[in-house]
Ligand binder design. Sequence first.
Ligand code: ATP
Length: 139
Amino acid sequence: MRQFAIIGLGRFGSSIASTLYSLGYDVLAIDKNEERVEDISDRVTHAVQADATDEAAIRTLGLRNFDVAVVTIGNDIQASIMVTMLCKELGIPKVLAKAQGDLHAKVLLKVGADRVVFPERDMGVRVAHNLVSSSIVDF
Ligand code: ATP
């Protein structure tokens, strides 16, 4: 059974965390904001309040035993980069990170991210494809 750690519980991170949990996976959800941790606590396996840039704190959470980490911190680019790097240093095999722009994405890849996503951009591409897909081409 794969174990997922979701770091950052904005709309994107919360949606990933609760969806994985509803699919039956083990999900650890982390945010530095207590309210966001409380909001998701009954929709994940464990929800923990912690600053993920604090190496000692994330070591204590046993993050190195997880198969996948998703870093969905976006606005604080420095934190996003540090946490992505820490996750790779801990030896997490697959780290996916959210980027705000191309340069941010480049740095995330340099510090070891296995995959970088741009939620709004990626969703825009999907919606555009759906709009011209055969079923709704005439609307
Ligand atoms: P979204 O677009 O997914 O709704 P957002 O607009 O709320 O996200 P972001 O800056 O992308 O804001 O942050 C996502 C979450 O990451 C926030 O809930 C924030 O508290 C959390 N976060 C930011 N820095 C850290 C950190 N160092 N450790 C843990 N969580 C953090």
